[in-house]
Design a protein around this ligand. Structure first.
Ligand SMILES: CCC(=O)SCCNC(=O)CCNC(=O)[C@H](O)C(C)(C)COP(=O)(O)OP(=O)(O)OC[C@H]1O[C@@H](n2cnc3c(N)ncnc32)[C@H](O)[C@@H]1OP(=O)(O)O
Length: 626
């Protein structure tokens, strides 16, 4: 039996033994005696009596082991022209001072700290500082607008907010401070203080009594030591889009998270101490949490924090320049990034300009990896291209090619096999497992392995309702797909109203809420349609209220601007069409899948339950007009 098969089978047959062994890689203040608490099933908790500190495992233990002079964090920022390396000792020093500063501002164990930051070292420092004192961080992606920030502030109820004065996009500065002001004006909850990282490109005017600069907050702060916390205590809350406009606060605990990420770095990503790992994502996404910050640092590796884009900073060779300059062993990014590079450099000529001999593997995730992009990257880079599939909720790969454990044959279109710990099944609508080759819902048998969400922030009931109630004993991923005869998983996309735009998970429901709020709109639907660059883009369809006389183009422009203002540029919402009616079933359900098929040019069958087949005509016409 191969190493993968042996590990996988053990992880399913003897999960407590498997994860007890994995937990030995982590420093515990109090080693767990119990491995799994199933007394409140379906709410499970890993390592219930263990105590540890995640920041200790990410920093202090490596310094104590003699790695203090090794680079821990490389901030590479082509948008500012700055590259700076922090050793483990330097990152520890900065983090301990930040932790002391937060404590001086009144932050203690269990308090939330909301982080609204660009890709700057202070983001990593603030996350680790929260972990150090047992506070719970909640990072909000900078591409979200004030309303989305306000919703998260009201749910997380942070004691302190840490924000950068601005973000820097390719062609513009995005002032974050006014977005924070607007969010706090909208939110019901008021944090006690806001710590502002002033960037020279656009310093913010501070609000007296509320704001303090990062430098002033840290000035003279007593460095704080690590506080032991329960393994089950929350490390962070990260909001992700659901099917409604209200985001879900995914909770990550300390113990299971540290154990799972450390295991995944070695066994999935084949990364060990001293290796350079680069996840070209954003700290606002789960990839950033797991594989910019925690995974590499828990491993004693060097992580790259890149403040730039795949193209435009300055060109389509940017990724290869970073790999070459920092001797990156593994690059993790989203297929969209590779498509963007390929569009500008179809022959990959810029790849040849750099020494990429350090690069062992390209990992891709965040959206479906189309076989074309897979083939292009593999041929141009000459390294294995490893798709992996997971979610904000799981925190680490559910299906992957376990490069560290045993590299398996790679099949285009598949993220390979279930990762040890995950009992992945494909079921039909009654919850019956379907044979290989048949599509169904992808579900995970409970308990989920360590590192996955134990619940939603402050809402066990919503956690159970959203994920655990469709099929008894299983977690519903919301993705559909199938296994092949070799046990390789093929993930075909969401089965609900969540869409994936350039690797960003977005709720069509949230966009519909914005459109429906316009006085001219009677009803609306937003669907995700295929896009050659971003994978999917949202497309809105609105029906006007009776008697409303507006120019459809002017209305469309207004609605596009509204979504950008309310949700943010990340929504990439650019298309709205006024239609006479939406196709619906007789019971009033909007036929989104049929709409999507028609708009994408497929010859969709007319659903038997449709109320008025004539409503489909306009969608067929839209496809032929494209
Ligand atoms: C496996 C588990 C997971 O799925 S975790 C999620 C994994 N997903 C990812 O890591 C995301 C991957 N995608 C990306 O990194 C980006 O889309 C890449 C490929 C780099 C392209 O970036 P970009 O050219 O900015 O396009 P985009 O579609 O992301 O952006 C749309 C608009 O939003 C803006 N934006 C983006 N980031 C910010 C930010 N931090 N602050 C402010 N604005 C931001 C962009 O400028 C863009 O604006 P505009 O519409 O062009 O004016």
């Amino acid at each position: 039996m191969g190493a993968y098969r042996a590990a996988y089978e053990r992880s399913i047959a003897d999960p407590t033994g498997f994860w007890r062994d994995a937990a030995a890689e982590i420093d515990w203040h109090r080693p767990p005696q119990r491995i799994l608490d199933d007394t409140r099933a379906p709410l499970y908790r890993w390592f219930p009596d263990g105590e540890l500190n995640t920041c200790h495992n990410a920093l202090d233990r490596h310094v104590a082991a003699g790695r203090g002079d090794q680079p821990a964090l490389i901030h590479d920022s082509p948008v500012t022209g700055v590259t700076r390396t922090y050793t483990y000792a330097e990152l520890l020093d900065a983090t301990a001072r930040c932790a002391g500063a937060l404590r001086r501002l009144g932050v203690g164990r269990g308090d939330r700290v909301l982080l609204y930051l660009a890709m700057v070292p202070e983001a990593v420092v603030a996350m680790l500082a929260c972990a150090r004192i047992g506070a719970v961080h909640s990072v909000v992606f900078g591409g979200f607008a004030a309303h989305e920030l306000a919703v998260r502030i009201d749910d997380a109820r942070p004691k302190v907010v840490v924000a950068t004065s601005c973000g820097i996009e390719v062609d513009r500065i995005v002032p974050y401070h006014p977005i924070l002001d607007a969010a706090l004006a909208e939110a019901e909850h008021a944090p006690q203080r806001c710590v502002i990282v002033q960037r020279p490109q656009h310093p913010a005017p501070l609000t007296p009594g509320r704001d303090v600069t990062w430098d002033d907050a840290l000035d003279g702060a007593e460095p704080a030591d690590c506080v032991p916390v329960a393994a089950t205590d929350p490390l962070y809350v990260l909001y992700t889009s659901g099917t409604t406009g209200r985001p879900k606060g995914v909770v990550r605990d300390n113990g299971g998270h540290a154990v799972a990420l450390r295991w995944s770095m070695a066994n999935v990503f084949d990364i060990g101490p001293g290796d350079v790992f680069w996840a070209a994502s954003d700290v606002g996404w789960v990839v950033g949490h797991s594989y910019i910050v925690y995974g590499p640092l828990l491993t004693g590796a060097t992580t790259v924090l890149y403040e730039g884009k795949p193209v435009g900073t300055p060109d389509a060779g940017a990724f290869w320049r970073v790999v070459s300059q920092h001797r990156v062993a593994a690059l993790f990014t989203a297929p969209t990034a590779i498509r963007a590079i390929r569009r500008q450099d179809p022959d990959g000529t810029r790849i040849g300009r750099y020494d990429l001999t350090s690069l062992r593997t390209l990992f891709l995730a965040g959206e479906r990896l189309d076989p074309d992009t897979f083939a292009w990257a593999g041929a141009r880079l000459g390294v294995p291209v490893v798709d992996n599939w997971w979610q904000t909720e799981t925190g680490w790969p559910v299906a992957a090619n376990p490069r560290g454990l045993e590299p398996l044959p790679i099949k285009a279109g598949s993220p390979s096999v279930p990762v040890p710990g995950y009992d992945v099944r494909v079921v039909d609508s009654r919850g019956e497992q379907v044979p290989a080759g048949v599509d169904g819902s992808i579900v995970l048998r409970l308990p989920l392995p360590p590192g996955c969400l134990p619940t939603l922030w402050g809402d066990d009931e919503r956690y159970v309702r959203s994920y655990l109630s469709t099929f008894d004993g299983y977690y519903l991923t919301g993705d559909g797909g199938r296994f092949d005869a070799d046990g390789y998983l093929y993930v075909m996309g969401r089965t609900d109203d969540v869409i994936n735009v350039a690797g960003h998970r977005l709720s069509t429901g949230a966009m519909e809420e914005v459109l429906a709020g316009h006085p001219a709109v009677a009803e609306c639907a937003v669907i995700g349609v295929a896009d050659a660059l971003k994978g999917q883009v949202p497309s809105g369809y609105v029906v006007l209220k009776a008697g409303v006389d507006v120019d459809p183009e002017a209305l469309a422009a207004e609605l596009v601007a509204l979504v950008r203002q309310r949700i943010g540029p990340v929504a990439a919402f650019r298309r709205v069409t006024v239609v006479p009616a939406l196709p619906k079933t007789r019971s009033g359900k909007i036929l989104r899948r049929t709409m999507r098929g028609l708009v994408e040019g497929r010859d969709e069958p007319v659903p038997a339950t449709i109320d008025d087949p004539a409503t489909l005509t306009v969608f067929r016409d839209l496809a032929s007009a494209d």
